[in-house]
Design a protein around this ligand. Sequence first.
Ligand code: ADP
Ligand code: ZN
Length: 752
Amino acid sequence: MLTETDIVEVAIPLRLERTFFYKVPGSVKALAQPGMRVLVPFGRRTVTGYILGSGKGSFDGEIKEISEFLDREPLFSGKNAEFFRWISSYYLHPLGEVIKCALPAGLTVVGRTRSVVAPDGSTVSEDFLSKSTKHLEEKHFTPASKEPPASLKGKALAVLNFVNAAPESSLSSIKAALGDVSPQLKRLEELGLVNSCKKEVYRDPFAGHSVEKDSPLKLNPAQQSSLDSLLEAASTGLFAPFLLHGVTGSGKTEVYLQAIASVLEGGRSALVLVPEIALTPQLVERFRRRFSCGIAVLHSGLSSGERYDEWRRIKRGEASIVIGARSAIFAPLETPGIIVVDEEHESSYKQSDGLRYNARDLALVLGKMNSAVVLLGSATPLATTVFAARSGRLKELILDSRVNDRPMPQTSILDLRAKKSETISAELMEALRENLENRGQSLLFLNRRGFAPWLVCRECGFILKCPNCTVTLTYHQHKKRHICHYCDHSIPAPTLCPKCDGGEIGLFGVGTERLEEEVAALFPDARVARMDRDSTSGKGGHSRILKKLESGQIDILIGTQMIAKGHDFPGVTLVGVISADTTLNLPDFRGSERGFQMVSQVAGRAGRGDSPGKVLVQTLNPEHFALKAAVGHDYEAFYRQEIEDRRDAGYPPFSYLAAVQFSGNSARGVEGGAVSAALLLRSMRAKKALRLDILGPAVSPLGMIRGRHRWQLLLKSTRRDHLHALLKEFRAGFVAPATLRVSIDVDPLELI
Ligand code: ADP
Ligand code: ZN
């Protein structure tokens, strides 16, 4: 019989519901800590696992031994592990897979180290440590206390003086100052004038970019009273969730910065989530200007080495502020005192494959576990968030005007119903012309990239579609190809109809590429640029275009939702929305909300400088309540109607949702699987007398993606416990054929 000190609980990243127990070899007991990766025997294989903590209770029977430790130090703490357990249980996803998703991608196991110092300082046996994750090391030089000989001259003397003046200089910093001086360093070492040692260094994504520091702004009364509430809550040391509901340009970021500064003074750390970090370089800049403490930035643009280094800096407590996109919610912070979710309404906080989590929701869970302040900020908060605030579950702080009393932009709707074929209406064209004359900058927003989304044959009616997905192929003029935006399948542009060989084929619809061409033709003297996924590929693609706009080298910028995000461009005085309809008409109960957010956010880019802004919104639905509310800057009008609609239809916040999705290569196999799953769910519901609706099964709105057929079921209940009870039972009891993929999406955002 074993006692708990000899065994540890290990999660294994496989589709398994349970965790496993392993013996720790006596010589490496000091390493058996939560957050260490290990190799363990599993059946006939050896697999990677994560230590969660010591095994509780005692165990009979055979328990195998850990074969190897993969880390020198833990990647997460026992407290982080509790958070991962919560995620696993709520999203019905295996714990090992949750941890694998949480850890920085691309952790590689390379090289061999001989001995390792355990976290408690003891050196541990090498038998169990034959491999280790690669850390970057660099030689550092310190002066020895020895008089240099008089014969030392020239470059060698310069190097010695440099090292004397700056002990512990790294090789790269010496080289940066003096050029390649490797031979001189070698000689100085041989003469015993300097000593060298290898020290770990981090790959620094900010290397070479220094910023000028700034200081806190004097807050206006609304900002100050928000900050006061936050600080009062922070001082209690209890969980305190807030919604900072402030119109675009009302100074929310300044409130975040000052609240964070105060929490840091209290010795706790801060986590800041942003929708997509590559799109918000300005925000990161503002943090770097304000704070001199360590800031870690986690985002998809980092190399895997950089990401791993940032992760370890956080784990070691060397970064007090972590800024990142949704996956930063997993950062191994020990004592976060404040968690900010900027633009809390953004759907990019939801991951929609693998572990289907929502970082915005998890911020509240993490905040509760850590007794932290959670601050959700937005100009257009989710209706569900405002409902929660007004039901007393979080506190709403309001900033209802722009800083320095700048007016909200003058916004109007342009009714396109009578002029369906126009891309740019006469009114929008006139406004663009006028703005150009006044040397103002304009943004044109169109949520569709490429040149044209449809190729149609006028003779036989053929429409060019993707063979693997239920969507049309979009023509990209730059590449002269028709491309699928879901699977990247592409074909060269045909000259004849692929079906009837007729010559009467035409391109219909407008994407950003075509809009750019039209605008350039209309305004030949204007400097026109485009910002979408195609024009910003490669590192620094976004910031290059944003910098040009900022420095006034662009008159008209055309873009997708990339230009709608939190940027602050004082020179932009006109914003045109080419069509508000694509978002409004999504086959989803959140269509109106998305439309409202999109128009409000794009409009918010106008008039942030000294000249007032103007916004024109083209639409075929001029009477839509969400559009009218957005144009009138009237969140309350939107909220009242939206919440009524949700109540009538029984959608969140008046119910909880989960989707069960089925996909596979055979249409009949997927249908059969979905139908039998629905039968099983309904019989389980009856047996346990659970109160919930089961809608479907039905073909998903996008019936095929990447050659896989898709069906889905929607579960809806006013009782979250009933919903989870059924899903748990279903997951344990439904046996799917190997060719069918079944996934559960708790709190789905998109039902497509
Ligand atoms: P939001 O995040 O609400 O869109 P920001 O925090 O970006 O707004 O603020 C908009 C602009 O106003 C920024 O340029 C910011 O520096 C400035 N600003 C914010 N608060 C103040 C203040 N109290 N006094 C002067 N300028 C401010
Ligand atoms: Zn496709």
